[in-house]
Design a protein around this ligand. Structure first.
Ligand SMILES: Cc1cc2nc3c(=O)[nH]c(=O)nc-3n(C[C@H](O)[C@H](O)[C@H](O)COP(=O)(O)OP(=O)(O)OC[C@H]3O[C@@H](n4cnc5c(N)ncnc54)[C@H](O)[C@@H]3O)c2cc1C
Length: 265
């Protein structure tokens, strides 16, 4: 038997959490409830701050309880639309939240991939801020996230791609996101994030090294494609083997980089 406790603020939910699990949209937590594997207590917060979006300027804040459908309803968040649109079907997108996506197990976490490439920071309930790429590793005992902050990318500097066997709503064989800002003809501040290439979304040090400080040309793209899976050990599951993921990651990264270089992303 699982008991659900709903608190008016995130601070109160944080105090009540203890050994309970936090539930946001519940698209994953409710599966555990149905399977009888959920903890006896689930904690929720009805805090309006959780569903607030501030996206007027270049500094963007998404409450952790913002859903994929809410993101898709905001034209000023268009750079996140491809990632949000590729998450589940319409019913899932109506419930699935930003915060839940950070801790969704492999092969999920498509939006988290985009947030990592964008250099997102997680604002924690009463415990400061941390880079998204760090907190996604904390699946066992996730810190309670209040919101995510990201900087709006310059037009044409950011792209996301998802490779799935079932379109439009299959889970990821692979997800990729690239932030490729340019200073003149040189790439500066490149971030390449990958989903389904490890236990959690992560950055590709090999691809970033191949691109950073170089002209955005065919040679740099080919080098990034060769190095993208360097040091990574992708999981094998019913969608793809780890070997296959390693083999195709470079092809898809090269396509995404070419589309950014040509201004088509
Ligand atoms: C049919 C189906 C299809 C799906 N397709 C996709 C897909 O294509 N891509 C994809 O990425 N995901 C997919 N998912 C997984 C899931 O729906 C999403 O990842 C979603 O964003 C999870 O959010 P949620 O609010 O439902 O999380 P919940 O189920 O509420 O929680 C998931 C986990 O996150 C933790 N959590 C939630 N919010 C917070 C917070 N604010 N702070 C700390 N911890 C928190 C919970 O404690 C729990 O451990 C799919 C799920 C289903 C059932």
């Amino acid at each position: 038997m699982t008991r659900v406790e709903t608190y008016p603020t995130l601070a109160e939910a944080a105090r009540a959490l203890g050994e309970a699990a936090y539930m946001a949209g519940g698209t994953l937590v409710m599966r555990d409830v149905n399977a009888g594997t959920a903890p006896p207590r689930l904690v929720r917060a009805a805090d309006p701050e959780l569903t607030a979006i501030s996206a007027a300027g270049d500094s963007i804040r998404l409450g952790a309880g913002v859903t994929m459908a809410q993101i898709l309803a905001r034209p000023e968040l268009d750079f996140l639309h491809e990632a949000a649109r590729r998450i589940g079907g319409p019913q899932i997108r109506n419930m699935a939240t930003v915060g839940g996506n950070l801790f969704a197990p492999h092969p999920y976490g498509d939006l988290a991939v985009a947030l990592i490439a964008l250099g997102g920071r997680a604002i924690l309930a009463g415990q400061g801020t941390r880079p998204v790429e760090q907190i996604v590793r904390e699946r066992e005992r996730p810190p309670l996230v209040a919101a995510i902050e990201i900087a709006r990318p310059r037009p044409g500097a950011f792209g996301f791609a998802k490779v799935a066997r079932v379109k439009p709503k299959g889970a990821s064989v692979l997800a990729l996101a690239v932030l490729a800002p340019r200073e003149g003809s040189t790439l500066r501040g490149v971030r390449v994030a990958l989903g389904a290439m490890g236990d959690h979304p992560l950055r590709s040090a090999g691809a970033e090294r191949a691109l950073e400080g170089r002209p955005f040309d065919a040679e740099a793209i080919a080098r990034a494609a060769r190095q993208v899976a360097e040091g990574l050990d992708p999981p094998t599951d019913s969608l793809a083997t780890g070997w296959y993921r390693r083999e195709v990651a470079g092809v898809h990264l090269a396509r995404l980089l070419e589309s950014l270089r040509g201004g088509r992303a």
